[in-house]
Design a binder for this molecule. Structure first.
Ligand SMILES: [Zn+2]
Length: 337
């Protein structure tokens, strides 16, 4: 059972953390799944891996224990490769690839044509299995008209249908869609679980801990970063910058805010990048404050995070950038004081 230690969840699912989610899905695979699920949570938390593993759990021909796929039989292998005839995956990238044959315009949301393709695919009985599993990613991009079209599929799903909707935000979905699916919420994974997962993949311990700290509980990000040194260096640089800003005295905090405010009209993107690095830094403070039950630290971090949210919406609303950024800084309680 060493895999359960490295994956950090109670079953031998190849997912880091998410104990409750895994328990529920294992139980669902054993007693028979519902027709539709919404997997909700930030990017890189493991929603897609969970969806693929769930499909494997439903179709595995040699499960080592109930609800746990072997991940090596022909069914499991084909699902992992994306070649199983009864499991299909839809997302923006696939839609874009299909559209490029016909047009060059960029698709930023899952559209009605894709919804129709999904329905057509779902109408086919499974060729080999009891179920037809449809995994739809990027669901948060679906406009209301596409959602309404999709609702028809959800209202009368064929008996073999298992529809997994992956979204960064469940709230964006129509209530009528949400009420027809079971929502499975993915939370950030604890740092030590990510660190031990990385170590189990051969990453040296100090680096594994550094990456897990930067990952904000996102195993997928941690794995990507561990394979991509430039990505890691970039994050290190941004984190240091953010730390210096946070830890500076009030005068220098304001100078930095002013500089960025002045740069905003020429380079919005880099200002947004700096702001999200700030968010990462404060979120990290929030997490360690919570872990240490340090209420002051938690309060300070929450307040700072609110000030950044406010700054984002001020900039969106065309408040003068300098003012928006200075106002944000003035709401930080310096961690030095
Ligand atoms: Zn299998």
């Amino acid at each position: 059972m060493s895999a359960s230690i490295t994956s950090g969840n109670p079953a031998d699912w190849p997912i880091w953390g998410h104990d409750y989610v895994v328990r529920d899905l294992v139980a669902a695979a054993i007693r028979g799944p519902r027709h539709a699920y919404i997997f909700a949570g930030f990017e890189h938390l493991g929603k897609r891996t969970a969806a693929i593993t769930f499909a494997q759990a439903l179709m595995c021909s040699a499960p080592p224990s109930p609800g746990v796929p072997c991940r090596s039989c022909r069914n499991c292998a084909r699902i992992a490769r994306g070649t199983h005839p009864d499991v299909s995956e839809w997302n923006l990238q696939r839609q874009q690839a299909a559209a490029e044959k016909a047009s060059t315009s960029k698709n930023l949301s899952l559209n009605i044509a894709t919804v129709r393709d999904i329905s057509a695919s779902l109408a086919m009985r499974p060729f080999e299995s009891t179920y037809r599993v449809i995994i739809v990613d990027d669901v948060e991009t679906m406009q209301e008209t596409a959602q309404e079209a999709f609702l028809k599929t959800l209202e009368e799903p064929p008996p073999y249908a298992v529809i997994l909707l992956l979204t960064t935000d469940a709230e964006i979905l129509l209530e009528t869609i949400r009420s027809r699916a079971a929502t499975v919420q993915f939370q950030p994974v604890q740092e030590f679980i990510i660190a031990s997962g990385l170590e189990a993949r051969g990453i040296e311990s100090a680096l594994a801990h550094e990456i897990s700290q930067m990952s904000e509980g996102r195993p997928g990000w941690a794995i990507l970063a561990s394979q991509n040194p430039p990505m890691l260096d970039d994050r290190r640089l941004r984190t240091e910058e953010a730390r210096r800003w946070i830890e500076a005295d009030r005068y220098n905090q304001l100078i930095e805010a002013t500089k960025l405010g002045e740069a905003f009209s020429k380079d919005r993107e880099s200002v947004f990048v700096r702001l999200s690095a700030l968010q990462h830094a404060w979120r990290h403070d929030l997490t360690s404050g919570l872990e240490a039950a340090d209420l002051d630290r938690v309060t300070t971090a929450v307040q700072a995070l609110k000030s950044i949210e406010m700054c984002f919406s001020d900039l969106d609303a065309n408040v003068r950038p300098k003012l928006a950024l200075q106002t944000m800084v003035l709401q930080w309680q310096s961690s030095q004081q």
